[in-house]
Design a protein around this ligand. Structure first.
Ligand code: HEM
Length: 401
């Protein structure tokens, strides 16, 4: 058995050269030690799974539990000994998970999301108009990347966007890895209290929104969601629905500023380009956590019941065995959809269609309407989100003309 001191830390630091590349040690691990014991910031040890095939196998395995929560292993103040929270779609397993998933998935079908495309296009154009009207450089994160997915998810859930200062601040705490348990609980409590009051109103007076439809769907099926379940589910959708996509929009813009030769492809083939950006950037940067409920083999490694595993999405998406020249951003690669930036298996991202449409519209309209878009500050002054579950850039000052 490996001595305690020999267990290396989960790799989290990115190379200094390219802000889009995952930690360098992933390359060696995929070749030499594809299922490696690591010590996580949350304090426990886990098997770090780095190859594309193994990551997919772990995520497809029904004996792997999500009980810890997708990224609890990197939360310094995380607690992994509690029971899954009712309504927490990301944490529940088996039938309890499937029940919530059935209710939510109907809201994010391709048809439903396509019906929102014109609304998303209008939002994108309005925000570009406002940026163009500004006198001088603007911060693309604050003025474009964050408000668009926030407005969309608020509209969908029936949450007043005017309350965003409150939920965005709490949401930022919830996706930070360096908060204490108490700080995270405080943010969670604040957000849950806010949503509870709002959703009580929808119970009394249903509106045309997702939360009201979830209430109705549960009641019609004779299986109503309790208020605590509804609050946790709404909270999960609100946080997951804007943090991820907002960071993807800003980071993709930066990647495209770095690769001007590839911009025409984004305009000509936005669907393919967005898939490649999802693979290349893999913003859910520390992978997703699983718990083995049975003894299993992952690759050549025996994993015992009761052990934790981290499925390293960012490493899998750079696996040369799956993607030739994996470290290059290449919109013409074969099978761009083989990436697992949205996860895989039972918990695969429920909002992926929505994220795709938001990214396609945001990026194509931005570069079509502002073809001479450029950074307004030196490239090396940008600050990256190394301490958040979702990778991105803190600010992206841009200018044009
Ligand atoms: C580019 C944007 C996005 C990325 C990269 C992303 C990534 C992911 C990943 C990797 C998972 C799997 C977690 C796991 O296996 O434990 C996931 C799950 C989930 N995502 Fe997303 N997501 C994005 C956008 C969205 C949006 C827009 C929404 C909601 C509107 C959303 C809602 C969810 C929910 C509710 C789950 C949990 C599903 C389940 O456990 O069954 N995501 N996402």
């Amino acid at each position: 058995m490996t001595a305690e001191t020999e267990i290396p830390a989960l790799p989290t630091a990115r190379p200094s050269g390219c802000p889009f590349d995952p930690p360098e040690s992933y390359t060696r691990l995929r070749e030499e030690d594809p299922v490696a014991k690591v010590r996580c910031p949350a304090g426990m040890d886990a098997w770090l799974v780095t190859r594309h095939g193994d990551v997919r196998a772990v995520l497809a395995d029904r004996s792997m539990s999500s009980r810890g929560g997708a990224s609890a292993h990197v939360n310094a103040g995380g607690r992994l000994d509690g029971e899954p929270v009712p309504g927490s779609i990301i944490q529940l397993d088996g039938e309890a998970h499937a029940r919530l998933r059935r209710m939510v998935v109907a809201e994010f079908t391709v048809r439903r999301v396509e019906a929102m495309r014109a609304y998303i296009q209008r939002l994108v154009d309005d925000h570009i108009d406002a940026m163009l009207a500004a006198d001088g450089p603007v911060d693309l994160v604050e003025d474009f990347a964050l408000p668009i997915p926030s407005l969309v998810i608020c509209e969908l859930l029936g949450i007043p966007y005017d309350d965003r200062r409150q939920f965005q601040a709490q949401s930022t705490v919830l996706v930070s890895t360096d908060k204490t348990f108490e700080e995270s609980q405080h943010a969670l409590g604040g957000l849950a209290g806010y949503l509870g009051t709002l959703f009580e109103g929808k119970l009394r007076d249903p509106q045309d929104d997702l939360i009201s439809r979830l209430i109705a769907r549960g009641e019609a099926a004779g299986d109503p969601l309790t208020m605590p379940e509804l609050v946790v589910l709404g909270l999960s959708l609100l946080v997951a629905g804007h943090e991820t996509t907002a960071n993807m929009i800003a980071l993709s813009t930066l990647a495209l500023l770095d690769h001007p030769d590839q911009r025409d492809t984004v305009l000509a083939e936005p669907e393919t380009a967005v898939e490649e950006l999802l693979r290349y950037l893999s913003v859910v940067q520390f992978g997703v956590l699983r718990y083995a409920t049975e003894d299993v083999r992952v690759g050549d490694q025996a994993v015992k019941a009761g052990e934790w595993l981290v499925a390293a999405l960012g490493s899998a998406n750079r696996d040369e065995a799956q993607f030739a020249a994996a470290d290059a951003l290449d919109f013409h690669r074969e099978s761009p959809r083989k990436h697992i930036a949205f996860g895989f298996g039972a918990h695969q991202c429920v909002g992926q269609q929505l994220a795709r449409v938001e990214l396609q519209e945001a990026l194509t309209r931005l570069f079509r309407r502002i073809p001479d878009l450029r950074l307004a500050v030196p490239r090396d002054s940008l600050r990256y989100k190394d301490n958040t579950l979702v990778y991105g850039v803190h600010e992206l000052p841009i200018t044009w003309g």
